[in-house]
Design a protein around this ligand. Structure first.
Ligand code: C2E
Ligand code: MG
Ligand code: MG
Length: 698
């Protein structure tokens, strides 16, 4: 590699002598340039590419050390040799002190030593420069990383700290230098709080890399603590001898906080921040273990909100979510700190009541919950009302493990739903029997339609004044090959729960209409056929169209069909009920309110509904001759029906006394065992032909 040398001298002889010496040198090749004035030299230096300078300090435009200073300042990296006469020795020495690499004595320029020393200084400068670069790079790297780095010598005394280590230990590099590592980097065991041996000491002793034991805490000079994680390693010299050690460590506070957060997330419900199923299971298991030792009780309350789905569907998930959060808050306020409120998902919550000495504790909590939830929830400008059904199971009576306790509380919750919602029920063994029975019924029910196991029975409705049959109510019967006739009470609620009521209901409607048509064709004329419609059918979007299709399919006149819808179904969504009823009404179908008196009717709605018939529930009719009642409700309903211009039918008429009372109150129609039990189609046809025996009315 060629080196470019700038000769700076006003003496052309000197310049020539140097050039000559350099050109013939074996250590070459050198490219030589010559500047006679300082200003020329500086300009050339600024242009770059000069590897070494040979400079006479006395020039036409600059003298003495000033010349050197200017050359050096312009390009400090380029090595400079001064050219000096013997008498200038002091000046040469001063130049060396200020950064010159050395001096060449005038008169010896021809020597072979000149190129050799020039070569040396150029090389030395290059090595120095790359060392410097490497060191700077290491320094910058070490100071930019967030890990703390401390270096020690053989005896464990600190000789280096990067910026992060300064921050973390509270020692500056200058202060720390020479102090033992154990002093600069104080560590203790986070649990026992005992001081811990610094791994550097072990590394120096064993001459192999080491990690720090988990749970180590660093104590900063000012006493502040930080959990750390680290590793230490030995440093070896050129001969492979251990020369010191380096320890690298970092603060794991953030990582630990993240870990804590992750564990929290894994154990809590994101919406309400309540413990989730995983944590709940854990808490119940612990509570059981404790109760077993102490001989105490544990109660598990299983909650399901009663009308949550409707709110969620009609007002949107956001509102639904806020409602769940509001419920979560109220639930938490109902329990003691030692109890757990957990959300299993959806609108299901479980409350664990621990240290429950008497079973009454669960009752107190359940009562509190029912009351707390009853108050309206103000959410997004809505006043939302939500109630809950609660099932309670307890340890040890209802189960010895978490799974059984939750399952039994769940079963009891279903029972609470059946008992009309907004209440709590304790688990009883029979509930499980019933739950199993329900499952068996449901599985058989799934095949009942295709196996044609359903039949309809017909019960006449009678004009109380004339005794004429005014219509028939179709009542569903399930004739099971093994169990015999199953009554609707046992299977209709199950069919409603699992949705099977929809296809079953459609079959009933088609069959009833077809039967009415056949009777008509046979010249018998029941004025109308009544069909019971359940909530699920009534709420389906395709319900009205389904009725229309069946009517045209069976060619039955719409006015011959009467749909019976229970009072509670109508009132539940009173506003939307009106719209559906109106469509049916427009079609010409007759409408009846079934089981009237058992729900909570709003009279204003009752007035709005396009209803033809009120069917007084049988229970009121049966109360007619009881002392407490003496028919006052029945009289009231009859009066109301008359004023609303609706026909009133009394259900469940069993006794002559009841009939007499109803007739006296001018109730128009009746239905009940007194006139006839529900009959199969052929029997009913016979009854239509003969009529109800007149004797019954006298
Ligand atoms: P409902 O519509 O109120 O029907 C009247 C019920 O009272 C019938 O019971 C009938 O047999 C019974 N009953 C009639 N006269 C008397 C009497 O003098 N005394 C007493 N104690 N009871 C009498 P059933 O057939 O067991 O039906 C029970 C309920 O099941 C019905 O009450 C109705 O809500 C429902 N249901 C019946 N068939 C169907 C159907 O096809 N679809 C739907 N969704 N529900 C039905
Ligand atoms: Mg009915
Ligand atoms: Mg009824």
């Amino acid at each position: 590699m060629t080196n470019r040398v700038l000769i700076v001298t006003a003496d052309p002889d000197d310049a020539r002598a140097l050039e000559l010496a350099l050109r013939k040198a074996k250590d070459g090749p050198f490219d030589i340039e010559w500047a006679a004035r300082l200003s020329d030299a500086l300009a050339r230096l600024r242009a770059g590419g000069i590897d070494a300078i040979l400079a006479d300090l006395s020039l036409p435009d600059s003298q003495g050390i000033e010349t050197f200073d200017q050359l050096f300042a312009t390009n400090p990296q380029t090595p400079i040799l001064t050219l000096s006469a013997v008498e200038d020795d002091a000046l040469a020495t001063e130049a060396v002190q200020r950064g010159a690499q050395g001096a060449l004595s005038k008169g010896h320029f021809g020597s072979s030593l000149v190129p050799q020393s020039l070569r040396n200084i150029i090389q030395r400068k290059a090595v120095e420069e790359s060392l410097y670069l490497e060191k700077t790079r290491a320094e910058i790297t070490l100071n930019s990383i967030s890990d703390a780095v401390i270096g020690t010598d053989m005896s464990g005394n600190v000789d280096y700290l990067n910026v992060a280590a300064e921050h973390m230990t509270g020692w500056t590099r200058e202060e720390a230098r020479g102090h033992p590592i154990s002093e600069v980097m104080q560590i203790i065991n986070g649990t026992t709080r005992e001081s811990e041996r610094n791994p550097v000491e072990l590394v120096l002793q064993l001459d192999k890399p080491m990690g720090l034991t988990a749970g180590t805490v660093l104590i900063r000079r000012d006493g502040k603590e930080a959990p750390i994680e680290d590793s230490a390693a030995p440093i070896h010299d050129l001969n492979g001898q251990i020369a010191g050690a380096v320890i690298v460590f970092h603060d794991i506070t953030a990582a630990q906080a993240m870990r804590v957060k992750m564990t929290h997330l894994a154990h809590h419900d994101f919406l309400t921040d309540l413990p989730n199923r995983v944590l709940l299971n854990d808490r119940i298991t612990q509570a059981i273990a404790l109760a077993k030792r102490r001989g105490t009780h544990v109660a598990v309350l299983f909650l399901d909100l009663d009308n949550f789905k409707r709110i969620n569907d009609s007002l949107g998930h956001e509102t639904g979510d806020k409602l769940l959060q509001s419920v979560a808050l109220r639930l938490s306020a109902c329990v003691r700190g030692s109890d757990t409120v957990s959300r299993l998902g959806g609108d299901e919550f479980v409350v664990l009541v621990t240290e429950d000495k008497y079973a009454e504790d669960a009752v107190v909590t359940a009562d509190k919950i029912l009351a707390a939830l009853a108050a309206p929830h103000a959410i997004d400008k809505h006043e939302l009302h939500v109630t809950t059904s609660i099932g309670i199971s307890s340890y040890p009576a209802d189960g010895g493990d978490t799974e059984t306790l939750i399952k039994n509380a769940d079963t009891a919750m279903y029972h609470a739903k059946e008992m009309g919602r907004d209440n709590y029920q304790f688990f009883k063994r029979e509930m499980n029997v019933r739950a199993v029975e329900r499952q068996v019924i449901e599985s058989h029910l799934r095949h009942a339609l295709e196996r044609q196991e359903f039949v309809l029975h017909y019960q006449p409705k009678v004009n109380l004044a004339t005794g004429a049959i005014t219509g028939a109510e179709a009542l569903l019967r399930w004739v099971h090959p093994e169990w015999g006739v199953v009554l609707p009470e046992r299977f209709v609620p199950i069919a409603e729960d699992c949705g099977l009521i929809v296809p079953i209901g459609r079959w009933v409607l088609r069959e009833a209409c077809a039967q009415a048509r056949r009777w008509e064709d046979a010249g018998l004329k029941p004025a109308s056929i009544a069909v019971n419609i359940s909530a699920l059918e009534f709420r389906r979007e395709d319900f009205v169209e389904g009725v229309r299709a069946i009517l045209s399919e069976t060619a039955l006149e719409p006015r011959c069909l009467q749909l019976e819808i229970t009072e509670s179904v109508l009132m539940h969504h009173a506003a939307s009920s009106t719209a559906i009823l109106q469509q049916l009404k427009d079609m010409g179908v007759q409408l009846a309110v079934d089981d009237f008196g058992t729900g909570y009717s709003s009279l204003s709605y009752l007035h709005l509904f396009p209803i033809d018939v009120l069917k007084i529930d049988g229970s009121f009719v049966q109360d007619i001759d009881s002392i407490n009642n003496n028919g006052s409700i029945v009289s009231a309903v009859i009066a109301m029906g008359t004023s609303l211009k609706q026909r009133v039918i009394a259900e469940g008429v069993e006794k002559p006394g009841q009939l007499a009372f109803l007739k006296a109150q001018h109730c128009e129609e009746g239905q009940g065992y007194f006139f006839s039990r529900p009959l199969v189609a052929e029997e009913f046809a016979a009854l239509l032909a003969t009529g109800i025996p007149e004797a019954a009315f006298d």
